[in-house]
Structures are given as C-alpha cells and as structure tokens.
Design a protein around this ligand. Structure first.
Ligand code: GLN
Length: 474
C-alpha cells in the first residue's frame, strides 16, 4: 500500500489503481509534514485537481515541483522575496503534462534563489538540509526536490538544470537525476534564469523512474521557441539495451585535483562494474574542460541580468513602500526583493555585457562555449557515453562554502560543460564515501536519452547503491 512510495513508480501506479488515487498523495503529504526539519518545501499544493483517467501512465502518483515551475493559482516564489506574492495565472508545460498523465502535485520544493547556487543556501526561505546528515547541504539548486525524493516523501520531483542543479543535488542526496537534451522538454512556465542553458529535469529513485517521467514530459511545445520537434522515443522499452560493446569514455579532466580521493575511488569502482557488465572503458581527454567554469560564470550571469530585468516593481515582483520617484521605485524594489547572490550575479552579468567589456568577457565566453561543444563532438566520435564523478566532493557542511563563491563554483566543475553544449546527462548513486552518497555522471550525445537511461538502468540492475536510504528515519 503506502510503502509503494518507497518502491518506485511501477509500484505506485499499481497501488493507486488498487487502493484509490488519493491514498499515495495523502501518505506523501503526511511524510512531507513529518520531515519538516528538512525544510524541503516552500508551499504545499492544496488545489483540487481534475481527475485523470485511471489508465493514465502516472495515475495517482504524488510528486513535488521545484518552486520555479509556475503553478496556476498556486504561489510560485523561486525562493525569492521578489516573487513572494506571485500567483501565476498559468501552469508550466511540465506541470500540465504531468497532471494530464495523472500525477498528483503535493507541493513546491525549496531551491536556491532563482536557481542560483550549488547548496540551496541562497533561498529566502532558509536552507534545505540533507536527509543523510542534517548538518550538510543537499546540493543545489534543486535541493528541496532531491531531499524530498531521498527522504522518501515523493517518488519523483521536478528540477531545473542550468549548470548542474538536477545532477549535483541528486549526487549529494543519493538519488537519480536526469538533465535531458536542451529542447527535449519545454521550458514554458519554468521561470527563466539563463535561457540558453535552462533545462527542466527529473529527480527519482532510479533510471527506470526517470525514463517513465521523461516519456511524459518530453515533446514538442510551440510555446517554447527552442523546443525540439523530433519525436519522443519509448524510453522504457529501450531500458534493456545490452551494455556489451558500449564504449564509455572516462574523461580525464573530471578526475582532477579537486576530486576527493573517496569520490574518485567510488567512481572508479562503478566504472569497473561497467566493465564487468560488458562495457569498454576508453580514456578520453576534453582539452577545453578547464574553460567550462569561467565561460559558464560569464554566460549564465549575463543571461540572468537580462532575464531578471523584468522584476522592476512595476511589471513584476515586489514593490517597495512609498517610492519617492520612479528611480527610487526601481532601485529600492530590486534591492529589497533580491538576495545577495542574485544581486551579485546581476552586477557581474551587466558588467560583462556592457559596452567596452562585451568582447573581452561575453564574446570570449561564447567562443569557449563553442570549443567545449566541439570537444564533446570529437569525443563522441570515439565513445558512446562519457563518465566521471558528478561532483568533486560529497555533500559539504552547511555554511562551509557560503562566503566563498569560487569554492562554491568548484562544486559545478563537472556539470556546467554539459549545459554549455546542450547535452543530456544524468547522475546515479555509485557508492558511499564516509557514509555520504557519491554520484556517477554519464553524458550522452544530443537526444540519446534512451542510451543514457539504459546504461544507468543496467548498472542499477546489477548494484544496489540507488536503494540505499539515509538512516532509518520515519
Ligand atoms: N550552481 C550553478 C549556478 O549557480 C548551477 C545552477 C543551476 O543549474 N540552476 O549557476
């Protein structure tokens, strides 16, 4: 019955069919309340919903939405004071598709403010705690979604991945996190951070469950001009593709100096398991990997500074009290509405785009982006997938990196290149180091999600890292 929530989506669908569509959602809501100490939720979803047909693929399955997906009639904050009072008049494409498939939204998960961060500590609503160790961060920015899945509250949750925000928290919380190809899933109704990088994704217990959800949320949407028109594959049917002969590129730069020895060892052991299962490991180089962080931290803030210009206290967002002039209205509303990290990024982005600096920063970053994408093209001429640690370390302590933006950015060193190149990638639990989860990242060529999910599924059939749970909390 309600323990179906712990067994994955297939069990959930079956339980909802046998015991009624509301049973699992009621249990998920109870668990969300019991895990209040995680601070994983910003708001609960109390809307009454139209019932989907019993045969819909996710009928009666509860899930949580990252609070940067617009929910019609339900407050959507982006974890910012700026949007503290924002009730969207429409639903995101992802939300629409999930509810048409019968899934039941139980609430909105906490995140770094406007999805800017790697630890979930920039949220206006306070940090999320990692269910494996409450003194540690869950990763970010989809930290609430990762914690909610890891704690067993919901069997899956949505996330958005601009530079690693699905994969890195998945790694820190010991769950499976999928970032699809840019354009595979519509961004309609996902509040923009950096539009050329933003990508809706899924956090769940297994690759099989990610496949099930991706099959529902993927597909063309004319409301998103960058949405891909190509047909959606049957990801579930493709899961059993054999590993024999699969060439996995072991990306040398992803095992660089900042990687904790225990993380490197766990990932090497996972790769050895792949070899045992029939895959062939091929050492590869990605010569411009070192440019990923600098390029990303110019392009993402540049796009953010443009996207966040709309929050001026007039058209959107928080408005200050008693403005003395139009300029006072703009400056005070923005200073009050945005937190420190978001303000810092707007300043950097505005600077990088300003006349006289554009060529030195933004244009150079775009050239680096091209080189990074070409590295992947060259690598995929030799291998089918690329592997490495998702993050260089396990979950760090709350507060440990807050005051050091460079140390924080290092948490994204292995994830941001994927967004710059628009590729699909996922993180799967691959071991434990000092009692904390380690994630293995697999990267595939554009639109090869079926191959990616199958390779992850095969590993999960042979290992049980994805079944490990944080302690024996209720
Ligand atoms: N940590 C990265 C950043 O702060 C990635 C965030 C994301 O993917 N949304 O920009």
């Amino acid at each position: 019955m309600s323990d179906a929530l712990d067994q994955g989506l297939r069990a959930c669908v079956k339980a909802a069919r046998e015991d009624g569509q509301d049973v699992l959602a009621a249990e998920a809501r109870r668990r969300a309340a019991a895990h209040g100490d995680l601070n994983a939720f910003i708001g609960l979803d109390t809307r009454t919903r139209a019932r989907a047909a019993g045969a819909a693929p996710l009928s009666g399955v509860p899930f949580a939405q990252k609070d940067n997906f617009c929910t019609a009639g339900l407050r959507t904050t982006c974890a910012s004071r700026m949007l503290g009072g924002f009730v969207p008049p429409y639903e995101s494409a992802v939300g629409e598709r999930l509810s048409a498939a019968g899934a039941v939204s139980i609430g909105k998960t906490n995140l770094d403010e406007f999805a800017m961060g790697s630890s979930n500590e920039t949220s206006h609503y306070g940090p999320v705690r990692n269910p494996w160790d409450l003194t540690r961060v869950p990763g970010g920015s989809s930290g609430g979604s990762a914690a909610a899945v890891a704690a067993g509250i919901v069997p899956f949750a949505t996330g958005s991945d601009t530079g690693g925000s699905v994969r890195q928290p998945a790694a820190f919380c010991g769950v499976t996190g999928l970032k699809p190809t840019y354009g595979r899933v519509s961004r309609w109704g996902l509040i923009a951070y950096a539009s050329s990088l933003d990508c809706p994704g899924v956090l769940a217990r297994s690759a099989e469950d990610c496949a099930r959800v991706l099959g529902v949320i993927a597909g063309h949407d004319p409301r998103d001009a960058t949405s891909a028109a190509r047909p959606v594959e049957d990801y579930l049917a493709a899961l059993d593709a054999p590993l024999a002969g699969l060439r996995i590129g072991v990306a040398r730069p992803y095992f660089g100096a900042g990687v904790q020895a225990g993380v490197g060892a766990a990932v090497q052991a996972a790769l050895a398991e792949y070899e045992r299962l029939g895959a062939r490991l091929v050492e590869i180089d990605l010569p411009h990997a070192h440019l990923a962080i600098p390029a990303y931290y110019v392009i993402a803030p540049a796009e953010a500074s443009s996207n966040l210009a709309r929050y001026d206290g007039v058209r959107f967002g928080h408005r200050c009290a008693h403005p003395r002039s139009l300029e006072d209205l703009y400056t005070r509303s923005r200073a009050e509405g945005f937190g420190a990290e978001v303000r810092r990024r707007i300043l950097i982005g505005t600077f990088a785009l300003s006349a006289g600096y554009y060529d030195a920063y933004y244009l150079s970053a775009q050239k680096a982006r091209r080189l990074i994408a070409s590295d992947f093209d060259a690598a995929f001429a030799q291998v089918d997938l690329i592997a490495g640690p998702t993050a260089p370390t396990t979950a760090f302590a709350l507060g440990e990196k807050r005051a050091d933006p460079l140390a924080m950015a290092a948490a994204d060193v292995n994830t941001v290149a994927v967004n710059l190149a628009g590729l699909p990638a996922l993180s799967i639990p691959a071991g434990l180091h000092a009692g904390l989860p380690v994630g293995l990242q697999l990267i595939a060529p554009a639109f090869a999600e079926a191959r990616l999910l199958a390779a992850a599924h095969r590993f999960q059939q042979a290992t049980d890292w994805h079944r490990r749970r944080p302690g024996d909390r209720p």
